[in-house]
Design a protein around this ligand. Structure first.
Ligand code: MLT
Length: 245
């Protein structure tokens, strides 16, 4: 099984994903938000590119709410921002969340030709690794990145997921996948690495330190959301048998 990493949404193309299991990662914060919302009983998350699309698609769903950000701030007229902590609210239960974010929902949409498209973050690193391994195909981890650029927070999360995959069976890692693993293993305190990331600093400046703290929790959820036909839903809770304690 071969493991590779693509470092930003902009760099995804169909050939790199279509025969593979894709794991989309936007640690700060879109995929962390999606995992949290679905873990807290949201029925689905519908990722869309634009605010206009979100307003339009909302009409097609019952119990729809609008979530998302531009420049990390809640969009005017929307119900929720892109803060994962808002999606722990009891009112999320049973809703269809129409979500638009700057990089994360774009990375999901650009990965849409993947054979399977799983949603990962530190929050579910072990579970998403288990599910991807079980799929049996080569794996490509798509980092959302930041506006087309490499993002340290997504990269080390890729390393965390690869570290979990290493426990499951023999893997062939590309050079970039090996680098992510080496970085993850060199920084057991993930924050000491991620705090150097540009997006960490911009969230901190907006007073969103608690969101960062939330997103840096590893393996607090064991669901593996999957994107199919334009909608993200929760697969069954998954931990590979050999990892269950
Ligand atoms: C994104 O999709 O660009 C991010 O999740 C931005 C954010 O932190 O809200």
């Amino acid at each position: 099984m071969r493991i590779d990493i693509i470092i930003s949404a902009e760099q995804v193309n169909s050939d790199q994903v279509k025969t593979n299991t894709v794991i989309v990662v936007d640690t700060l914060r879109a995929t962390s938000t999606i995992i949290t919302a679905l873990s807290n009983g949201a029925k689905s998350v519908v990722p869309v590119a634009t605010v206009e699309e979100a307003l339009h698609i909302r009409k097609q769903y019952e119990h729809a709410v609008l979530g998302g950000e531009r420049r990390s701030v809640k969009i005017e007229g929307f119900d929720y921002s892109n803060s994962p902590r808002e999606y722990t609210n009891i009112e999320i239960h049973g809703t269809n969340i129409i979500l638009t974010t700057t990089n994360g929902t774009k990375a999901i949409s650009r990965s849409r030709e993947g054979k399977r498209i799983l949603i990962g973050a530190l929050l579910n690193a072990k579970a998403v690794a288990g599910k991807a391994f079980e799929c049996g195909d080569d794996i490509v981890i798509v980092n959302a990145g930041t506006n087309g650029r490499f993002s340290m927070d997504d990269f080390i999360t890729g390393g965390a997921i690869i570290s979990e995959l290493m426990d499951l069976g023999p893997l062939e890692l590309s050079d970039i996948a090996k680098t992510a693993l080496l970085i993850y293993r060199s920084y057991k305190d993930i924050r000491s690495y991620i705090k150097e990331a540009a997006h960490y600093k911009s969230l901190e400046e907006l007073g969103l330190q608690e969101d960062i703290d939330f997103c840096l929790q590893k393996d607090i959820f064991d669901i593996v959301p999957e994107y199919s036909d334009g909608v993200i839903k929760t697969g069954t809770a998954h931990l590979p048998e050999k990892l269950v304690i």
